[in-house]
Design a binder for this molecule. Structure first.
Ligand SMILES: [Fe+2]
Length: 409
């Protein structure tokens, strides 16, 4: 991200800086790729290294299982139990060695949390709250993407009686805007569908001065540990640099449209190790007089495709059972396209109000422990079942025959 300076930051780095109340401030350089990547320099009132305790935390994550037999999947997040906090209450739906995709409907403020494995990208489906971190407070609301840098100590705050619904993508590295959107100096280019002015970040530090101890749950490469620090890590009086939590609304993503169907990379929003994220937002449909306004059938031979359906209706999935809150998984090895009737249904329409988030992974996704209970068993067969004929005989999963009425969806 671009450089920011927040709170009290000395004019020159790495010099003795008096702390309010006496003594010196403690610098923390939070940097990527050793000392050769982006970084931020934070100024603490107390040592951020003052560890007074550590313990193993038993986390029943559950195993990922193969998508076998290979099938397209429809997962209904509305069927997952709500509750818990936004870090500990996540239901793991999909994952591989690069990425873990979870859902949580948090109803309480969480503990201090530090994901040392990779950046986290949260999409706020509903509700509002704050991401508090060593960098300050970042208010978030429905429609926001929120990027939390690897190892940033933070806490998801949910107002009393509130609920914060998040689709969470945990990366194994850093989540960034696509490189092709940026100049060599890191400025968003004219063709980028969003830019610096769309992005929000903490504007002032929290400067917590209360005494500790403070417990931080640290997710690391081998599990989760509980660190007890002598005092709150939110005692930062100022910071400056290019690493910090940031957010922007999916509705500030400016869609690129064409006379005929545009490939998904015009919708790309982020890139991460082993995956990309795209945003589908309200936009005019393709405007050639003969345009087919839903995607053509496609075989993404190098990726598994996940789409979270956030708002609006989803013409290309008409008749499939997919609606707001659904997740579709279209794996490599399966050719997917619009459900029957979709191409015809868009003929007289000139606009879509859909809002959706797509995650394409470059390695196969496995199914998380939460996936089985919210799987729509009918979805894999929906390209046949929704054929818009008056009546016909279609095969079922078991191979028997089943009479189905017309469905023009
Ligand atoms: Fe697709």
């Amino acid at each position: 991200m671009h450089y920011r300076s927040v709170g009290d930051v000395p004019a020159k780095r790495h010099l003795r800086t008096p702390a309010p109340g006496g003594g010196l401030l403690f610098e923390e350089l939070m940097g990527e790729e050793g000392f050769s990547g982006d970084s931020s320099l934070l100024y603490h009132l107390r040592s951020p290294s003052a560890l007074v305790g550590a313990a193993h935390v038993d986390v029943t994550a559950g195993a990922l299982v193969a998508n076998e037999p290979l099938l397209p999947r429809h997962l209904r997040t509305s069927g997952l139990p709500p509750g818990g906090d936004a870090s500990g209450g996540r239901h793991l739906l999909l994952g591989n060695d690069d990425v873990r995709i979870s859902w949580v409907a948090a109803d309480r403020t969480g503990p201090l949390w530090r994901n040392a494995v990779g950046d986290e990208l949260a999409y706020v489906q509903a509700g509002e709250g704050d991401l508090e971190s060593v960098f300050g407070r970042l208010a978030v609301r429905a429609g926001d993407y929120v990027v939390v840098p690897r190892s940033a100590t933070c806490r998801w705050v949910v107002p009393d009686g509130g609920r914060l619904e998040l689709l969470v993508v945990e990366a194994s590295g850093h989540v960034r805007p696509p490189r092709r959107y940026l100049s060599p100096a890191g400025q968003f280019l004219e063709q980028a569908p969003y830019c610096e002015r769309d992005i929000r970040a903490p504007e002032e530090p929290l400067v917590t001065t209360g005494e500790g101890p403070a417990e931080v749950l640290v997710r690391h490469r081998d599990g989760v540990s509980r660190h007890t620090l002598a005092s709150s890590p939110f005692d930062v009086v100022g910071w400056a640099g290019c690493v910090y939590p940031w957010a922007f609304s999916i509705l500030d993503f400016e869609p690129i449209v064409g006379a005929i169907h545009q490939p998904p990379h015009v919708h790309q929003t982020f890139e991460g190790p082993g995956f990309v994220v795209c945003s589908f937002v309200p936009r005019p449909y393709d405007f050639h007089a003969g345009a087919i306004k839903v995607p053509y059938h496609h075989a993404n031979v190098d990726s598994d495709e996940v789409i979270f359906y956030s708002a609006g209706d989803f013409m290309s999935r008409a008749g499939s059972g997919i609606g707001v809150g659904s997740i579709s998984v279209h794996p490599s090895g399966f050719v997917h396209g619009p459900q029957p009737g979709s191409m015809e249904a868009t003929a007289g329409q000139d606009r879509t109000e859909e809002v959706a988030v797509m995650v394409d992974t470059f390695r196969p996704l496995r199914l998380g422990p939460a996936a089985a209970s919210v799987t729509d068993d009918d979805y894999p067969w929906s390209w046949v079942r929704s054929v818009p004929l008056v009546s016909e005989t279609v095969p079922t999963r078991s191979g028997s025959a089943d009479q189905k009425p017309a469905d023009a969806g």
